[in-house]
Design a protein around this ligand. Structure first.
Ligand code: HAM
Length: 439
């Protein structure tokens, strides 16, 4: 008996919180990614790809030792060959900054960069919160002014508009500079020390290590305590206030609505000055679809020459989920533009040649193929064409072969069918697709 027959074969499963992207969702993902890259390009941001694995120190130093990500959520391991401590990247910013310093990318001035790819955090999986998730992010490195803070926020607004998403709310705050934060920190520690008995275990620990994060608590019993805590905004000096106010003026001038949330501190330690999040109420507990801000101290902290910077990242799973929730995806869910029907033999040969012509012109085309060796009936082919989401069916049956014609059927709007000469098929399809996208 072979060894496989001796074993009881069990079904293998994927890792919890790490999902397959199935074909049914692939088109929508592709659409979101392309739109995000398109927006980035239109603002002059260039793609950078960093490895999925970095030295653990990149994130410890970049994100900060006393953060949930570094304390509890990193997938870290020792390289078996040389004992190096490595980590699957939990976010993109620290890795991009490492790459920028290592490759001296700021040697000739500031840089606008964007990235896309999987990130890994060992969180408790739930709707919208995964252990492997995907971010699209941008980083503007070397720019100090609030004009760039406004630019990166406008990019988000443009992306939501391009994707057809509605109802996303922008919350902003300013974390000031180091000295303002340390004055606020002192006041915060004094305040929370006075109310030690109301702090939960996590907050007691944070009181010593990172009191600002107490403001971020989700514990309902601590909400009224946190609401009355000293606010950072009252500790901002004139330069920080001016930066924050200019940002607000620029956002208003561009009709971007926002709310100032004085408790918005973000979960990563590299931020200063502007921070922001885009939030929806339509995704349950995980409603933050994008977040970011300024991180002026980070480049120097990571070993580079001091330079200001800001950026944001969005969770692609959350955006896709929101598009489904808002039913925006219906417009995008077609697998192809054109579905070819044929009667086998000679008509198949012609359909194949014509399908190739349309593909060369940039159209997505499916040519009907059957599971069995005989060709399926036109009735069953048209059902498949309909299910594919194609905008048009092109039918080449035996009669069409004799007449050197094809029938074009509008599957989505009129349902009408029209005969065209084979030599005119390409031009006719181009015209129809252009007018379809304009209406
Ligand atoms: P973040 O807020 O940790 O920021 O993540 C950005 C976005 O990634 C979140 O708003 C959310 O949409 C998504 N996300 C985070 N964790 C998960 C998860 N477990 N499952 C699904 N989606 C998730 C950063 O990562 C910063 N690097 C952003 C940044 C760039 N700041 C400056 N530049």
């Amino acid at each position: 008996m072979s060894s496989i027959e001796n074993q009881k074969i069990t079904k293998l499963s994927g890792v919890k919180g790490m999902n397959d992207l199935l074909p049914v969702d692939a088109k929508l993902w592709d659409h979101v990614e392309k739109m995000a890259m398109g927006v980035a390009r239109s603002y002059g941001y260039q793609l950078i790809r960093t490895p999925i694995v970095e030295h653990t120190a990149v994130f410890q130093r970049g994100i900060g030792e006393v953060t949930d990500i570094v304390e509890k959520e990193m997938y870290s391991f020792e390289d078996r060959l040389n004992g190096e401590q490595l980590t699957l990247r939990p976010e993109g910013t620290a890795a991009v900054v490492r790459a920028v310093i290592e490759n001296n990318l700021l040697y000739d001035g500031p840089k606008r960069l964007c990235y896309i790819g999987p990130m890994f955090r060992h969180e408790r999986p739930q709707r919208g919160r995964y252990r492997q998730f995907h971010q699209f992010g941008i980083e503007a490195l070397g720019f100090a002014g609030p004009d760039v803070d406004a630019e990166i926020i406008l990019m988000c607004q443009r992306l939501w508009d391009d994707l057809g998403l509605i109802g996303l709310q922008l919350e902003i705050n300013s974390l000031g500079d180091m000295s303002e934060r340390s004055a606020h920190r002192k006041a915060l520690v004094e305040y929370f020390e006075k109310h030690q008995e109301l702090l939960d275990e996590d907050s007691k620990r944070r009181l010593l290590s990172n009191p600002l994060r107490i403001l971020d608590t989700k514990n309902p019993q601590m909400q009224s305590l946190v609401e009355k805590a000293p606010q950072l905004i009252s500790y901002l000096g004139p330069a920080s206030l001016e930066h924050f106010e200019t940002l607000q003026t620029l956002l208003k001038a561009n009709n971007v609505h926002f709310k100032i949330n004085p408790r918005l501190v973000r979960g990563l330690d590299y931020y200063n000055s502007t921070v922001f999040e885009w939030i929806t109420s339509q995704l349950g507990a995980q409603g933050t679809v994008a977040g970011g801000g300024r991180y002026d101290p980070l480049i120097e902290r990571m070993g580079g020459k001091s330079a200001p910077a800001c950026g944001w990242a969005m969770g692609i799973e959350r955006i896709v989920e929101l598009m489904k929730e808002q039913k925006v995806e219906e417009m995008q869910s077609n697998q192809c533009d054109v579905y070819f029907l044929h009667a086998g033999a000679h008509s198949l040969q012609i359909a194949l040649v014509q399908a190739e012509r349309l593909r060369s012109a940039g159209m997505d085309v499916i040519l009907h193929a059957s599971a069995e060796s005989q060709v399926s009936s036109f009735k069953s082919q048209i059902k498949k064409a309909d299910a594919s989401g194609a905008l048009y069916a092109v039918i080449i049956g035996e009669d069409e072969v004799l007449q050197q014609r094809a029938q074009i059927k509008d599957l989505r709007r009129s349902g009408e069918q029209q005969a065209v000469r084979l030599e005119d098929l390409l031009d006719e399809m181009i015209n129809r697709l252009v007018s379809h996208s304009e209406n």
